[in-house]
Design a protein around this ligand. Structure first.
Ligand code: AMP
Length: 146
């Protein structure tokens, strides 16, 4: 039987789990959807953050959102990819964390989201916290628990 009581999950510092901003693929406000789709396909990610030139976080753009926005009645209207901008399509209602937030908040948000963006008090993007990083942490804890 695994004893999780040995670990104080409340003491986990989310700073240790964050992928820093300089290692996170992103697109910028003003980029055409075509560019965003290229970034997503080349990186292999399903969604990436949308930032402005000051590195402020505005939302997330995903392959699904992009393809949905160019879906016509009978075909995918690929020619629209160069006309539309990421800000017309991105999701702005996203969960956000700050580095000082409790781990339990990150855990709760990652139930419904494969990754959560981390920003500072001025909305400057600082990185992401992935569900994968949280699962890796739990896996390490469980392996140490005997
Ligand atoms: P993973 O934890 O690698 O399964 O990633 C889950 C999701 O987090 C990916 O589909 C991406 O949307 C996002 N993600 C992870 N790492 C990065 C990164 N370095 N740059 C941009 N997005 C990332």
């Amino acid at each position: 039987m695994i004893n999780l009581h040995k670990f104080d999950i409340g003491k986990v510092d989310i700073r240790e789990l964050i992928i820093p901003a300089d290692k996170v693929a992103h697109v910028q406000i003003g980029n055409p959807l075509e560019h965003a789709l290229l970034v997503l396909i080349k990186s292999g990610y399903s969604a990436v953050p949308v930032l402005d030139p000051s590195f402020r976080l505005h939302g997330l753009i995903s392959k699904t959102l992009i393809l949905d926005s160019v879906l016509g009645m009978e075909r995918i209207e690929m020619e629209k990819l160069s006309d539309k901008k990421v800000e017309e399509v991105m999701n702005t209602k996203i969960p956000r964390l700050t580095k000082g937030d409790p781990f339990m908040k990150a855990l709760g948000q990652s139930i419904d989201h494969p990754f959560v963006c981390v920003q500072d008090d001025d909305q400057i993007f600082e990185g992401i916290l992935t569900r994968r990083a949280i699962l890796k942490l739990f896996s390490r804890m469980l392996n140490q628990s005997d």
